[in-house]
Design a binder for this molecule. Structure first.
Ligand code: F6P
Length: 486
């Protein structure tokens, strides 16, 4: 039970606890043995950091390196509680079950998921470690907010240890339809893990519906709309809470003199092209990078675009580099870029500038400002914050966004140039339309999208989720039949 009065506890009890696979900072050990903390990649950190600061919360997560037994510490005003992972757990829990099983399964099976019993056992063990730490540091009746697919068993494990807590869960990636989810040998355990939460949040309404339907079919609980009634009297609320960005903060950065200067410099370094196209992604097979670059190569081959006046910059942030499917993807992209640049480029004019690296946010803001067309074409994506970041930076109402209809962002950024990323010809035509749009048409679309991201920023997202969590009624008084077996 609550360790609130336990003298052994070194960390102060927190009223808001964030549980996520990663801490908001990665531990980097240099060759000379010195240690640095670097902001971790991905949208989650950007999204949660402001909420943490406001609520004086604690964040439980992994440091990003193997076997580091670290004491809780405060970094840049944030209270951080590291959870160690052994090298074997990184392989089985993180690279294995999280990113070799769940990630492809939840993204429409665009790569084949692998099912291994040892990976599952490791997932259970690591989830238990996170749940136990949350139970230890949460104050009496505190709120615990659990994040993402790596942590789906934590809500139920935590509820067993600490029934007094209010527990929320948010899935940052898509939640698949029943037809795909049921491939998973441990489907029932995962659903029951999530049902430990009071609120289970998703990016899109369809994902919440998939979840409720699966709970009804596979676990046998009674449901009504987005509510699930459990036999023990609890009510679980499912819902959609589309995540966003720190819109104003990013716009302010984009407006700064140094970013304006850097944007100009980038265009100069690229030979002042008439049109600059930009792609920014983690190097992940769900992002549709390969087909996007292929489509662009064909536009040059067709004579619709020339390397003299158009440049494509593709930033691909290194990610999950030891997972087989990512190793293969990197090879495929390296080969494609090499072939396109070799076949279609001229001296000093490669059609594609491919940057396999991550940049600080100032450089990203400068790239967004410099780009005439932002090309975001994932095959499936929970949200895609890059699309929103581009819009936030275009305070000049210029620029065009090409956006996959399979990204969560497509629900909100309706004035983007929408594409089906599987349709190469359609993608080529839409990229051309976006490139050729006049300033009036661009401004009409951009203004509408800017209004959306201004009104729905990350603070709004977090407040909405936490408000729904605070408002949930813990019990129902319905007469229920017992749950059926799977
Ligand atoms: O968007 C999904 C996600 O797993 C985030 O939780 C994370 O910030 C990002 O992708 C990067 O992934 P990883 O933690 O595996 O490097």
């Amino acid at each position: 039970m609550s360790p609130a009065n336990d003298q052994e506890t070194t960390t102060k009890q927190a009223d808001l606890v964030i549980v996520a696979n990663r801490l908001p900072v990665d531990r980097v050990v240099h060759d000379d043995g010195s240690v640095d903390w670097r902001k971790s990649p991905g949208g989650l950190v950007t999204a949660i950091e402001p909420v943490m600061r406001e609520n004086d919360g604690a964040w439980i997560g992994w440091s990003g390196s193997a076997d580091s037994e670290l004491e809780p510490f405060v970094d840049d005003g944030l209270s951080l509680v590291p959870i160690p992972l052994s090298a074997e757990e990184i392989e089985e829990f993180y690279e294995g079950f999280s990113n070799g099983t769940l990630w492809p399964l939840y993204h429409d099976v665009v790569a084949k998921p692998s099912f291994h019993r040892e990976w599952w056992e490791s997932y259970v063990k690591v989830n238990r470690r996170f749940a136990e730490k949350a139970a230890e540091i949460a104050a009496e009746e505190a709120t615990v907010w659990v994040h993402d697919y790596q942590m789906q068993l934590v809500p139920a494990m935590l509820r067993d240890l600490r029934p007094d807590l209010r527990i929320g869960f948010f899935l940052h990636i898509p939640f698949p339809p029943a037809e795909l989810f049921q491939q998973l040998p441990w489907r029932r355990q995962l659903l029951e893990g999530l049902l430990g939460a009071d609120v289970v949040g998703f990016q899109r309404p369809g994902a919440a519906q998939n979840f409720v339907r699966l709970v009804r079919q596979r676990v046998g609980h009674k449901t009504h709309r987005d509510q699930i009634y459990l036999p023990d009297g609890r009510v679980v609320q499912a819902g959609s809470f589309p995540i966003s960005i720190d819109t104003q903060g990013l716009e302010d950065l984009a407006r700064s003199e140094s970013v304006a200067q850097r944007a100009k410099e980038i265009r100069e370094q690229l030979g002042n092209p008439a049109k600059l196209l930009l792609g920014v992604d983690r190097l992940d097979y769900t992002k549709g990078i390969f087909d996007r670059l292929r489509a662009y190569g064909e536009l040059i081959e067709d004579g619709e675009v020339t390397v003299d006046d158009t440049v494509f910059v593709q930033v691909a942030t290194p990610s999950r580099e030891r997972v087989d499917q990512y190793i293969k993807l990197r090879d495929d992209i390296d080969r494609l870029v090499g072939r396109l640049n070799g076949d279609l480029g001229e001296i000093g004019r490669p059609p594609i500038h491919y940057m396999h690296t991550s940049y600080p946010k100032e450089e990203m803001a400068a790239l967004y400002r410099a780009a005439d067309v932002m090309v975001v074409t994932p095959l499936r994506d929970g949200m895609n914050l890059v699309a929103k970041e581009y819009v936030a930076c275009r305070y000049d109402d210029a620029g065009a966004l090409v956006l996959s209809e399979f990204a969560g962002a497509a629900d909100e950024l309706r004035q983007a140039y929408m594409v089906n990323p599987y349709d190469i010809d359609g993608m080529k035509n839409t990229i051309l339309t976006a490139m050729r749009a006049g300033p009036k048409e661009q401004a009409r679309r951009m203004r509408a999208m800017r209004k959306t991201v201004a009104e729905h920023d990350v603070a709004d997202w977090a407040q909405r989720f936490l408000r729904v969590l605070a408002d949930t009624k813990p019990t129902h008084h319905k007469h229920l039949r017992p749950a059926q077996d799977d």
